[in-house]
Design a binder for this molecule. Structure first.
Ligand code: MN
Length: 300
C-alpha cells in the first residue's frame, strides 16, 4: 500500500476539503479533514502535511500536483533578495477611474542599499504621500519601464482580452523593453508580483513578439522578496495617481480610486454633466459601477 505525503498551504487544503466533501470521514486529532475515495484515504493535517494512503495513493495525490507546483512561495533560490533583479507590478486593475499601469524596475545588487535607505521596502506599508515623495528619487537611481493603458485604450481592448491575459501581455512587454534598455547588463532574475501562475503567464504570452530572456519567477507579495518589486510597485502606484489626477483635472473634478459607492456617485455626476462619452475617457466601463451610475443618474 502506497503512502504519499504532500506539503500544502492552507488555501490548497481548503480546496481539497471542498473537493472531497462527499467523501469526508470523521476527522482525527490534528487533522483538518479526513476523506476516503476509491483510490485512497486522505488525511490533511493542521501542519500542512497531506497524507494519501491506499492502493492508488499516487494517482490521487497526482491530482494535486499542478496545484502545488503553481504555488510558487518558497520556490525562490537562497539569497534571492541580494540578487540583481528586474521586478514588475501593476496598479489600477481594481480602480474604476484611471488607467491600468504596469511598471518594471531593474535593481542591480549594488543599488539595493540606496533604495533601502530611501524607505523602498515593503511598498504596501507606505502611504500615497510618502510614495509620491520617493518615486522621483527611485527614478534617478534605477532604470525602469512604465506602461500606461489609458481608460480609453483599456475600453477598446478589454472586450477582446481576458483580464489576466491583458496583465500577462503588459508585464511581458514592460519586462522585455526594460531588458533592452539596460543592455548589456545581465539581471540574474525577473520577479513578477504574482497575478497568475508562471505557467499561465507563459501561455498568455507565447505568441508575443518580444520575450524577456532572463529566468522568470512569480510570487505573491513579491515586494517582500525583492526590493525591485517594491520599487516597481511604487512607480506604478504613483504613475496611476498622477494619471488619475490629470484625468480629473480635465473636467475639474476629483476622481476617487477604487470601485466603491463613492465612485458610482462621481460617475453619475459625470454622466449628468458631460455625458457617457466623457465617462468612457475616464473610467473602465465594463465595471459594474457603470450600470450603478446610470441608475443613480436616472433617479436624480
Ligand atoms: Mn501586484
Amino acid at each position: 500500500m502506497a503512502t504519499i505525503t504532500l506539503t500544502c498551504d492552507s488555501s490548497t487544503i481548503q480546496k481539497m476539503q471542498k473537493h472531497y466533501q462527499a467523501n469526508l470521514l470523521n476527522s482525527a486529532p490534528y487533522t483538518v479533514f479526513v476523506a476516503k475515495t476509491a483510490n485512497a484515504r486522505i488525511s490533511a493535517y493542521q501542519s500542512g502535511k497531506v497524507v494519501f494512503q491506499g492502493p492508488h495513493a499516487e494517482k490521487e495525490a497526482a491530482k494535486w500536483g499542478n496545484e502545488i507546483a503553481s504555488k510558487s512561495h518558497s520556490t525562490l533560490p537562497e539569497g534571492f533578495d541580494t540578487w540583481s533583479v528586474i521586478g514588475s507590478d501593476e496598479v489600477g486593475n481594481g480602480s474604476y477611474f484611471g488607467p491600468l499601469v504596469v511598471a518594471a524596475a531593474y535593481v542591480e545588487k549594488s543599488k539595493i542599499p540606496e533604495l533601502q535607505a530611501l524607505g523602498v521596502k515593503d511598498s504596501k506599508m507606505l502611504n500615497d504621500e510618502k510614495m509620491k515623495r520617493i518615486a522621483p528619487k527611485i527614478k534617478r537611481i534605477i532604470p525602469y519601464q512604465l506602461l500606461i493603458v489609458s481608460p480609453q485604450k483599456y475600453n477598446a481592448v478589454q472586450p477582446h482580452y481576458n483580464a489576466t491575459t491583458m496583465k500577462s501581455v503588459l508585464h511581458n512587454q514592460a519586462l522585455a523593453l526594460l531588458e533592452e534598455k539596460i543592455q548589456p547588463a545581465q539581471p540574474q532574475a525577473i520577479l513578477i508580483d504574482q497575478f497568475a501562475t508562471k505557467e499561465r503567464f507563459l501561455k498568455d504570452t507565447k505568441n508575443e513578439v518580444r520575450h524577456p530572456q532572463t529566468p522568470i519567477y512569480t510570487i505573491t507579495k513579491g515586494e517582500q522578496y525583492h526590493i525591485a518589486v517594491a520599487a516597481a510597485s511604487i512607480l506604478a502606484r504613483v504613475t496611476f495617481l498622477e494619471q488619475l489626477e490629470q484625468l480629473g483635472d480635465s473636467i475639474q473634478e476629483v476622481l476617487p480610486s477604487g470601485a466603491g459607492a463613492n465612485v458610482d456617485e462621481v460617475a453619475a455626476h459625470i454622466i449628468n454633466q458631460y455625458g457617457i462619452d466623457t465617462l468612457a475617457r475616464l473610467a473602465k466601463m465594463h465595471f459594474a459601477n457603470t450600470e450603478k451610475a446610470i441608475k443613480l443618474q436616472k433617479k436624480s
